[in-house]
Design a protein around this ligand. Structure first.
Ligand code: NAP
Length: 534
């Protein structure tokens, strides 16, 4: 503790999600590491998102830490795709097993960061009044942390309860006998809706844009499958990092154009029934790059929706027609389309008649009023940038990060921002982020960042920054990769067009994880290309 109760540490980590926890573990033997966490527990995304039905859609044997072989050998995942409680339990186990909690201050979000150019140190101020000075900040703030809450007027008038899906109470909610309105039909809304429909008296699903959804294929973990993974874990972890999405799912080699209509349908039917999530998008090697190939899959998905949903008008509304499949994130559901056959579920189209305001008794659209007891906002996130721009971050020459990013994020390798020295991001804007398996790639990014910090110490440097030229060159790479895919035809959190007025281009690097990792490694090997060290 220094003067005026200012504490002095080497590294502040922001966020005790999976990457933040690993950053503590990785660095604490060499450095004095302190982590601030907004929540009262560990797990990040899997701490905040405890809405009913929250479940990962990547195989848990992959979506888990690889840094400690005993951990991955001993941990048992009961299902292929773990539900939120299991992921939170795992995060807590890791925090206890590796004694991470002693480095974490909970319920204490960082509110302000200011770089002092004279001492090359960051001043960190938190909600609870902590003031810490440190040499490096690692922002492990998550891609999907800052919730998006549309500002319809009249919220104070509504007599019922309104909550965003990230605010679900730990003890759960009793929705029996309640008239529930669920706004939003992305991955979150689609997971939550069928479970809410089973409990509520009536569920109104307010849909602006329908999403493509396929069944999850979740099931209890097969013992043989688990054993095969555990026998080869270290090799498999390495293999994962050599694949596009850092996952051992099967990547297709066949073009949709290279088969007969019958073969195509058979492949798509197998994909739909497959036990691997995302298989529809992975049915052919050109679904994500060629609109004609994509159209086959779109038409197949429409046929499926029309087969499942009995009311033809509802089925038509549920068919996405304004963007290609995979353009937005494919949703993985569990009885989502079937749910619309229930008598207590109503689909409300808020594209043709948008929500105007909250009323005393519910919601009013331009067409009609709805009486509701509970309104659930599954309206997504100010993704990738929101977690950082909501902190008051001031770099060199008093420039604020939110101002620097007002026209969209600029980063070098998704890791650093010019003018904000000694501040590193994990899963920052313009990394592969959620387009690659995030726990394993988060570990990778933490290791790479730790290597940079270790080299600073070794070489006697005190400041590392990047340049605007390096940012521009990286932006060109990110754009080129995205421009080659069907993502450009959809508005989504990937490009910020899910938020009114948010500017910038595609915010995720989709050139594949191996290319990203090679670029990062080569930059360091090439005399810290793109960085400036003093
Ligand atoms: P999202 O995909 O951005 O979906 C938000 C939904 O809210 C969309 O349907 C959106 O409609 C709607 N919405 C937003 N503002 C609205 C408004 N003013 N009026 C009416 N509707 C509005 O967010 P999310 O569902 O929370 O998912 C975000 C990401 O989290 C996913 O893409 C995924 O990466 C991750 N996630 C993963 C899992 C999993 O692993 N299984 C589960 C949940 C989430 P528009 O489409 O028209 O904007």
């Amino acid at each position: 503790m220094g003067k005026d109760n200012i504490e002095d540490v080497d590294i502040v980590v922001i966020g005790a999600g999976f990457s933040g926890m690993y950053a503590i573990h990785r660095l604490r033997n060499q450095f004095n590491v302190l982590c601030f966490e907004a929540g009262d527990g560990v797990g990040g995304t899997w701490y905040w998102n405890r809405y009913p039905g929250a479940r990962v859609d990547i195989v848990s044997l992959e979506y888990s830490y690889g840094f400690d072989d005993a951990l991955q050998q001993e941990w048992h995942w009961p299902e292929y795709f773990s539900a939120q409680p299991e992921l939170e339990r795992y995060a807590n186990h890791v925090a206890d097993r590796f004694n991470l909690r002693e480095h974490i201050r909970f319920s204490n979000p960082v509110e302000r960061l200011r770089f002092d150019a004279g001492s090359n140190r960051w001043h960190v101020h938190t909600a609870r009044g902590d003031h810490v000075v440190c040499r490096y900040v690692i922002a492990a703030t998550g891609s999907l942390f800052a919730s998006n809450t549309p500002d319809w007027p009249g919220r104070e008038k509504f007599k019922g309860q309104v909550l965003h899906t990230t605010q679900w109470p730990r003890e759960g909610m009793d929705l029996a006998g309640k008239r529930v309105g669920l706004i939003g039909t992305g991955s979150t809304g689609i997971q939550a809706a069928p479970i809410i429909a089973e409990q509520a008296e009536h569920l109104h699903v307010f849909q602006r844009t329908p999403a493509f959804t396929m069944p999850s294929g979740n099931r209890p973990l097969d013992a043989e499958y688990e054993q095969a993974w555990k026998q080869a874990y270290p090799q498999r972890r390495k293999q994962m990092l050599n694949t596009w999405g850092a996952s051992l799912i099967e990547y297709p080699t066949l073009s949709a154009h290279d088969c007969t209509p019958e073969e195509r349908d058979r492949i798509l039917e197998n994909a739909w029934n497959s036990k691997n999530a995302f298989q529809l998008q992975l049915a052919f090697n050109d679904v994500m790059t060629d609109l004609a190939a994509n159209k086959y899959v779109v038409e197949f998905a429409h046929r499926k929706i029309r087969q499942i949903v009995k009311d033809p008008e509802v089925a038509e509304l549920l068919c996405p027609k304004t963007y290609p499949i995979g353009g937005k994130r494919l949703c993985i559901g569990n009885g989502y389309y079937e749910m619309f056959n229930r008598p207590n579920v109503t689909l409300v189209d808020v594209k043709s008649a948008p929500i105007v305001e909250f009323t005393e008794n519910g919601l009013r659209t331009t067409r009609k009023s709805y009486d509701l007891d509970v309104i659930i906002l599954a309206t997504g996130f100010d993704a990738l940038t929101g977690a950082l721009t909501r902190i008051d971050i001031e770099g060199l020459d008093h420039v604020k990060l939110a101002d620097k990013w007002k026209d969209g994020p600029t980063t070098y390798l998704g890791s650093m921002v010019a003018g904000f020295p000694n501040l590193f991001m994990i899963h920052g804007p313009m990394t592969p982020a959620a387009q690659a398996q995030m726990i394993t790639t988060g570990e990778w990014q933490v290791n790479w960042t730790a290597g940079i910090i270790e080299a600073m110490e070794r070489d006697g440097c005190t400041r590392i920054d990047t340049t605007q030229d390096a940012e521009r060159a990286w932006a060109d790479e990110v754009d080129a990769a995205a421009g080659a895919t069907v993502h450009r035809f959809a508005d989504s959190w990937y490009n910020g067009r899910n938020i009114d007025g948010k500017k910038g281009g595609f915010m995720i690097y989709i050139g594949g994880f191996p290319r990203f990792a090679d670029t990062c490694i080569n930059a360091i090997a090439n005399n810290h290309e793109g960085f400036v060290r003093v």
